[in-house]
Every structure is written in structure tokens, then in C-alpha cells.
Design a protein around this ligand. Structure first.
Ligand code: GAF
Length: 393
């Protein structure tokens, strides 16, 4: 597995210095999502992959009930007793404490621990650094205290932690991708049944290029929850006529035209995007399996347009980056990725054209938006794991 040996070493050595103990180390990756955005909490499908950018944590048990945390990135400590865990306005500890809280609520018995944390998943980039922290914590505590929790339950625990300690009613995609990722594959995940299939990510001469806008607009959490609520409103309107409908997964565009459009135009647009995106994902996944990357790319552009105009979770920086590559023959597809209002665009770019493209877009982004662009070439990687200290020492 490709790990960031510099961060790995830092976490290990700083842990030893701070806590005067030997850590056990864990890694949990960020994710990309090829297509299928805002479909997870609507019981639809998603197509994510874990990437080579990850959160690294060191942990060991303590002989008392104290949780002692250190963020290397923020250079900040946080301590709390197990019995006093609650959300804090400090921000970063919430993703760890939220998981501890969920474990306690499920009746797991464990003691205090020391933990330090670092990583190379850029915060606020839409690559799910928060899910990676939550999954790393759940995985590590499960291992340390032998809690016997399945990876699927870890995903639920991490998701609930985010709902309750970060206040965002996220779906299951990010956690699932971080825990279940597999190198060179994407995961076709059915978010209703949680059945999944690994699909080889064969891009034949193309690379996944992420362009980070370096913006995260403050709307992102509140608007995310609003979108979720609007989808639920749409389901309620359809359900009045079709009692068997329980999510947008069961809804067709015809139903929306008939029962939602006349009553609520905004809810109609939101739901229509989701229903069409679900169909697009299934077709896009077939494109990938059949090697029709150009067809998949076209669908990605359509996803972006839906997210921007109908679901309205894009922003001028994301739209700028997608429009900048729209007619470029070296780019098969591009769209905003993740929750929206900032973060990255995901682009499928001809391998030999990527350096030039990055150079050119960075320049025009700086000129037009007054901001630096951060490009990454994403590689897929395996999901959350315990790291062998001696192997990487
Ligand atoms: C965020 C959420 F965390 C995911 O659950 C998903 O809804 C995504 O936005 C949009 O597809 O990453």
C-alpha cells in the first residue's frame, strides 16, 4: 500500500514524545466519487473510491478514563473524561468524540486512550477528511479494545457521529468508501441495501485529476441539510398517491411531474435531479465496465449541470473550473464532487495532457477568481487499515 511515509513517521515519533508510549498506527483514506452525487441519502447508488490521501492516527490505551487527543495539523491538544464526552466548539475533536459517543451509546465498554492525528487529506476540499477521521477512530478503538464491530457498523457509527457532533445529516458514502476502498477499483454501492460490488477503474490512458478550488463556502452544512429535507418533502408528496414509496429510489420523473411539480417547483427540481442522477449512475457504471470512458465523461458533465442548476449546490469557482474544460478534447468529463459549495472538481484527463491543462487552468483560475488552484492526481488505494510499525519504520 502506498502510504505517506513522512506523515507516518511524524505521527509515530510525535506520539512517542508526547505520550511517552509506543503507538499503534492506523490509516483511513479520503475518497473520490466518479458519479452519483447526493444520491446516498436518497437510498440510491454511488460510485466512490478510496484514494492515496489519508488520515493517520497513533493510539494507545490509558490506565484511566481520560481521552487525550492531539492534532498535529492544528498543533493543539484536547482532553476530556470518557463520561463527559460532548460536542465541543473547538471543531476537530468532534469527529473523534462523536465516534466515542456512539460507541458508548451502543453499550461498548472501553477505557481512556491517547491519540494523535495528522494526514494529507486537505480539509474542506470535498475529499472527506472528516469521514476519514471518524473511520480511523472507529477502526482503531475497535482494534485497541477488541470491541468486535463489523466494518459496516463502523460506517454507521461514523455517519451517526457526523450527524450528532458535526450537525450534518450526511449519507453513508464517505464512510463506506474510506472503510471498504480497494486499490484500482471503485465501489458500486447500493445505499439502500448496502450491497456493493468492486468495479475495476480502467481508464486506459486517462487519469483522474482533482482541481481544488480552495474555497469552502459557509453555506455548505446548512444547505446540505436543507437539500435532504427538500428530498424528503418530495417523497411525502408522492407518497400521498403511492403509499409504497419510501424514498426517491422508488420515484420516477413521471410521478414528480404529476404530484410535485404543480405544488412545489423548487422541491420538484431537487427531486428531479436526484432521480435522473440515479439513472445516470447506473448507465455510467456500465460505461465504465464496458470501457466507454467517453460516454461516462459526458454523463459527468450532465451531473455537474444538474448539481449547478437544479440541485443548486455549486458555486462560481466550481462552475468556472468545469466550464474551463468543457470543450477541451483532452478532458472526457468533469464535475463538482461531494456536498458542494466549494471543494474539488473531478476531471478525467488524457494522461499526456494533464500537466499542460493544470498549468493553463491554474493561470486562468488565478486571473478570474483571484485564488490559487491546488491540483492532485488521484490514485485509488485500499480502505482503512492498521499499519505495521516495523514495516514502514
Ligand atoms: C457529502 C456527504 F458526506 C455524502 O454523504 C454525500 O451525500 C455527498 O456529500 C454528496 O453526494 O460528501
Amino acid at each position: 500500500m502506498a502510504i505517506n511515509s513522512e506523515i507516518f513517521k511524524e505521527v509515530k515519533e510525535k506520539f512517542r514524545k508526547r505520550f511517552n508510549e509506543e503507538p499503534t498506527l492506523f490509516r483511513s483514506p479520503g475518497r473520490v466519487n466518479i458519479i452519483g452525487e447526493h444520491t446516498d441519502y436518497n437510498n440510491g447508488f454511488v460510485l466512490p473510491a478510496a484514494i492515496d490521501k489519508a488520515i493517520y492516527i497513533g493510539v494507545c490505551k490509558r490506565a484511566n478514563e481520560t481521552i487525550s487527543l492531539y492534532s498535529e495539523e492544528f498543533d493543539e491538544a484536547f482532553e476530556v473524561k470518557l463520561s463527559e464526552v460532548m460536542p465541543t466548539d473547538k471543531g476537530w475533536p468532534n469527529y473523534i468524540l462523536g465516534v466515542v459517543d456512539q460507541l458508548l451509546k451502543r453499550g461498548h465498554v472501553f477505557g481512556g486512550f491517547n491519540m494523535n492525528i495528522d494526514g494529507d487529506v486537505p480539509i474542506g476540499s470535498g475529499l472527506s477528511s472528516s469521514a476519514a477521521v471518524e473511520c480511523a477512530t472507529a477502526f482503531a478503538l475497535n482494534d485497541l479494545f477488541e470491541l468486535n464491530i463489523s466494518k459496516q457498523d463502523m460506517a454507521f457509527i461514523a455517519q451517526k457521529a457526523e450527524h450528532e457532533f458535526a450537525g450534518v445529516r450526511v449519507g453513508i458514502m464517505d464512510m463506506f468508501a474510506s472503510l471498504f476502498g480497494k486499490k484500482d477499483h471503485v465501489i458500486k454501492l447500493d445505499c439502500q441495501s448496502l450491497e456493493y460490488e468492486y468495479v475495476p477503474l480502467k481508464l486506459e490512458g486517462y487519469k483522474i485529476v482533482l482541481l481544488n478550488t480552495n474555497v469552502k463556502h459557509s453555506l455548505s452544512s446548512s444547505e446540505y441539510n436543507t437539500r435532504r429535507q427538500q428530498c424528503e418533502e418530495g417523497v411525502t408528496l408522492v407518497k400521498a398517491h403511492h403509499p409504497n414509496v419510501s424514498s426517491l429510489r422508488d420515484v420516477t420523473v413521471e410521478m414528480l411531474n404529476q404530484y410535485v411539480k404543480p405544488l412545489n417547483e423548487v422541491v420538484y427540481r431537487r427531486c428531479k435531479y436526484v432521480v435522473e442522477e440515479s439513472q445516470r449512475l447506473l448507465a455510467g457504471c456500465e460505461d465504465l465496465k464496458n470501457g466507454h470512458i467517453d460516454a461516462l465523461g459526458k454523463k459527468m458533465f450532465r451531473t455537474h449541470d444538474g448539481l449547478s442548476r437544479e440541485y443548486e449546490v455549486s458555486c462560481k469557482e466550481l462552475d468556472f473550473l468545469v466550464d474551463a474544460v468543457r470543450n477541451n478534447p483532452d478532458v472526457l468529463g468533469a464535475r463538482m464532487m461531494g456536498g458542494g459549495f466549494g471543494g474539488c472538481t473531478i476531471n478525467i484527463v488524457k494522461e499526456e495532457a494533464k500537466e499542460n491543462l493544470i498549468k493553463q487552468i491554474s493561470k486562468s483560475y488565478k486571473n478570474q477568481m483571484g485564488l490559487e488552484l491546488s491540483p492532485y492526481i488521484a490514485q485509488t488505494e485500499d480502505g482503512t487499515s492498521k499499519l505495521n510499525l516495523s514495516k514502514f519504520a
